[in-house]
Design a binder for this molecule. Structure first.
Ligand SMILES: Cc1ncc(COP(=O)(O)O)c(C=O)c1O
Length: 384
């Protein structure tokens, strides 16, 4: 079946003013501002100006964000918490683990700092953190996870796409291995959500987290935590707040009575301005459709990798389309200078380790890839 592509590439680019003067390939850090998101912020301000506290609207908007996250994950709304960050979601989850019974937390070497740091903070509660390191080619096959997971393991953290190298984990298989040992599997999917077609139930993963800053085209301060519904009765976070209560408006300080669904992982007052922006950003992604976005981005990354091969560059990201996402990393001899040099030519990329990070999204087009390749050809000496 042909996928409708008019809401990707040239068909959507006019929504994003930055492309009038800049080649933007840094959505792995921050997605591009659209007219739609700007208008959403104005709508928030207009409501505040006209009515002051709009409590009921705010709660309704938070629930609308919950529903949008659920659709993007092909999950049920009852399985989603609305958070301010990945940090909040992961902290809530580890606070629900019984580390006396199962002290081990397994983390991939590709976890974002916040995940690794939260895991190690649990050492204060008796946790033992085991790192799963990459092979010489940079991949971390499920077998490496299997070696680290045992019957004392509570949680396995395998980010979906590495923010450092663009490697995509086989989350479904890692989740299966975790389950075999009775452990839970958490996939931080910040570098994937919005750019790849996601199916949380299909993957069999227990917990998924991410946020709106990158491929969901919103701004900072809004994230989500998916909790597979079968786990809800057993996961009681001790890190909590009044918006996680079974009845927010009861204002009851006499006990801990969390919501029955994943809202038990919400916390304090919802990040209302960010929700306005996030809803607008997610509506662009949803209208384009994540299957169409993934297909469009796969075409762009394939073109980019072919061009990098022609330059004889060292591509760090795997070649197989199912082992990568929207981020392509290439080795540099002096990555700081390379990023600055590209920036001076109004080409925005970023860096991690000694890799140039080039990330592509629904609004990028073939010409962006060619502009980047042409600039890299001119500065070939800055590539390894
Ligand atoms: C993979 C990944 N996880 C998490 C984060 C951010 O976490 P938080 O929302 O807690 O700031 C980022 C980027 O900022 C990221 O790339």
């Amino acid at each position: 079946m042909a996928i409708e592509t008019s809401k990707v590439g040239a068909g959507i680019r006019g929504q994003f003013p930055i492309f009038e003067h800049t080649t933007y390939a840094n959505s792995c850090s921050q997605g591009v501002l659209s007219h739609h998101v700007r208008a959403a912020y104005e709508e928030y301000l207009d409501g505040w100006d006209a009515n002051g506290a709009e409590w009921e609207v705010w709660v309704e908007r938070a629930d609308a964000a919950r529903a949008a996250f659920a659709r993007l994950l092909r999950a049920d709304t009852s399985e989603l918490a609305v958070t301010t960050s990945v940090t909040q979601g992961v902290s809530g989850i580890v606070s629900a683990l019984d580390l006396r019974a199962r002290p081990r937390i397994v983390i991939s070497e590709y976890e974002f700092p916040t995940v690794g740091q939260i895991a190690h903070a649990q050492e204060l509660r008796g946790a033992e953190v085991v790192h799963v390191r990459p092979e010489a080619d940079g991949s971390i096959p499920p077998e490496r996870f299997a070696e680290a997971i045992d019957e004392r393991t509570a949680l396995v953290c395998c980010t979906t796409v590495s923010y450092r190298t663009g490697h995509r984990h086989d989350v479904a298989e890692i989740a299966r291995l975790a389950h075999e040992a009775g452990a839970l599997c958490l996939a931080d999917s910040y570098q994937a959500i919005g750019a790849i077609d996601f199916d949380a139930h299909g993957m069999g993963v227990d917990l998924v987290t991410g946020g709106t800053v990158k491929y969901l085209l919103g701004s900072s301060g809004l994230g989500f935590l998916y909790v597979r519904r079968e786990l809800l009765p057993q996961l009681l976070p001790s890190q909590t707040g009044w918006f996680a209560d079974e009845d927010i408006f009861q204002m009851d300080i006499s006990d801990y009575s969390p919501a029955a669904d994943a809202r038990r992982f919400d916390a304090g007052t919802p990040p209302v301005p960010n929700i306005y922006a996030g809803l607008a950003g997610m509506s662009i992604v949803e209208e384009a459709g994540t299957a169409a976005i993934e297909q469009h981005v796969a075409g762009l990354t394939a073109r980019l990798i072919a061009g990098l091969d022609e330059l004889g560059a060292v591509v760090v990201t795997p070649r197989a389309a199912d082992r990568r996402g929207p981020l392509v990393c290439v080795k540099s001899t002096d990555v700081r200078t390379l990023v600055d040099t590209l920036d001076a030519a109004r080409i925005v990329c970023s860096e991690r380790d000694s890799n140039l990070r080039i990330s592509l999204h629904l609004y990028n087009v073939d010409e962006d890839v060619d502009t980047i390749l042409e600039a890299l050809r001119r500065h070939r000496h800055l590539l390894a």
